[in-house]
Design a protein around this ligand. Structure first.
Ligand SMILES: *Cc1c(COP(=O)(O)O)cnc(C)c1O
Length: 476
């Protein structure tokens, strides 16, 4: 058996196409003696029977452990340099009231980026003082609600917002804590990072303008300036981008200290996770150590105190906790001509179509993200075949897993699981083709329960103002 020439360079032929690589799956996932994937002791066959497919299956203990370990690592590393740290969970990765409670119970704060996310965090009963409110274009209502509810800190993203937040704080008779988002000129994504003087994007204030803008914030007595904020990108695998951003912000921090207090420094999120066997994610403990070292070294060089540092991981907390469970509907061997050859060589790509798709995982279509896939309810010794897992939408770009190897006898009726779908899948889901969004099920200690129910056809029709007859509705 040789590798399929259609396989991307990073994908090697697996020794065992049934193996579950620990880096890609949540800690509670294993195969039973019968070959059935189970999470926290609950087999996927039972989950599929009880809740149907597609289904997001979340390992609660995995989310809690990652949240706790991030908090412990940042506390430890910043205590060692005479300061402390706050870890915000970036709610946009996945937010429900349950998850908001889990992460705050484990010692995290929460970032929200819209009125809707704020509403979910408040509905969870989270102490508003733990919330950070983001957004490059917050509406007046969103600002008012954030201030009125007692949100811990609002991240100001533009000069326009200074007066809006200050006025709201005055109206409510409070002094609102704020950060200023700056554009550090560092942009990191996946395996590369770029540092420029000025970055061409919508977020934040250019570093060169930040001193003037902070002066405007300090001039408003209803605002309390807490410090700078920068977020340099997502799915980052190396500390160098974070270090460069921290270095630039600390230089500015020293200048700002000349005119008043700057107690904190928020370095954003973006810590990468493994989606495939080719990804080697950084450990959060290593990121914490690297950031503490660079911030402390810069503080020494500049002769200023080490600030309280805040970070905002989303994906790294929730991404690996979840897999999506699908049922295979059709399998097609597609003969593909291999470009650049003289003799029209061909190879077979096996298209495995599942009962979901780009509506429950938009990242593949949106970012050309790579995922992995495994047979979920059985193992097989059949020769591995290169597969592409496609969805059921009317779109050829409707792909969930661009390339992986599955046992070649994969067939209709099989359950397959796509790991590392906890972040930016449910939160980016849509109703394209009027597919109902799948349920999210949390599993813990052998017990599963719905934390967000799936949509029904009634849900899908419920906002349509022109329905003629109730009999047209075939609710499920
Ligand atoms: C998206 C975002 C995050 C989280 O990014 P992850 O890649 O999920 O860690 C944190 N902070 C801000 C401001 C963001 O926009």
């Amino acid at each position: 058996m040789t590798a399929n020439p259609l396989a991307p360079d990073w994908l090697s032929l697996p020794g065992d196409a049934n193996a579950l690589e620990p880096a890609i799956w949540s800690a509670g996932v294993e195969r039973s003696a019968e070959g059935v994937i189970q999470v926290a002791g609950v087999p996927v066959t039972q989950l599929a029977r009880e809740y149907g497919t597609p289904l997001y299956v979340m390992d609660e203990a995995d989310v809690r452990t990652r949240a706790r370990e991030a908090k412990l690592a940042f506390d430890r590393e910043f205590a060692a340099v005479g300061s402390s740290a706050k870890v915000y969970y970036a709610g946009k990765a996945f937010l429900s009231t349950e998850v908001a409670r889990w992460v705050t119970e484990e010692g995290l704060h929460i970032d929200v980026a819209s009125g809707g996310e704020l509403a979910v965090a408040l509905a969870a009963g989270v102490d508003p003082a733990l919330l950070g409110v983001h957004g490059n274009n917050k509406s007046l209502r969103e600002i008012d609600r954030a201030v009125a509810s007692g949100a811990g800190v609002i991240v100001i993203d533009s000069v326009d917002e200074i007066a809006r937040v200050a006025d709201a704080a005055e109206q409510h008779g409070v002094r609102q804590r704020v950060r200023l988002r700056v554009n550090s000129g560092v942009h990191a994504s996946t395996h590369e990072y770029l540092a420029t003087a000025r970055e061409d994007q919508k977020f934040g204030i250019a570093l060169a303008d930040a001193e003037d803008v902070v002066a405007l914030i300090r001039a408003r007595s209803s605002l309390e300036f807490m410090g700078l904020h920068a977020h340099i990108g997502s799915q980052i695998f190396e500390a160098v981008g974070f270090s460069e951003s921290a270095r630039r912000l600390m230089t500015l921090q020293a200048r700002l200290l000349g005119d008043g207090p700057v107690p904190e420094l928020n370095l954003g999120g973006g810590f990468g996770i493994a989606y495939t066997s080719a990804d080697e994610a950084m450990q959060v403990a290593d990121i914490a150590r690297a950031l503490a070292e660079i911030v402390a070294a810069e503080a020494r060089r500049l002769g200023i105190p080490v600030p309280v540092v805040a970070v905002e991981p989303g994906r790294a907390i929730v991404g690996p906790s979840t897999f999506t469970l699908y049922e295979v509907g059709t399998v097609k061997d597609v003969l593909v001509t291999i470009g650049g050859t003289t003799d029209d060589a061909t190879a077979v790509r096996k298209y495995v179509s599942v009962d979901g798709g780009m509506s429950d995982n938009a990242r593949t279509a949106l970012y050309e993200a790579d995922y992995s896939v495994r047979l979920a309810a059985r193992v097989s010794e059949a020769e591995p075949a290169l597969v592409r897992v496609a969805g059921k939408h009317c779109e050829s770009g409707d792909i969930v897993v661009r390339a992986d190897y599955l046992p070649g006898d994969v067939r209709p009726g099989d359950l397959v699981a796509v790991p590392a779908t906890g972040a930016y899948c449910w939160s980016l889901s849509s109703n394209y083709n009027y597919l109902a969004r799948p349920a999210v099920v949390a599993v813990r200690d052998g017990v599963s329960r719905i934390i967000v129910r799936g949509e029904t056809e009634d849900d899908l029709l419920s906002r349509d103002a022109g329905i003629v007859r109730d009999t047209a509705r075939n609710g499920n």
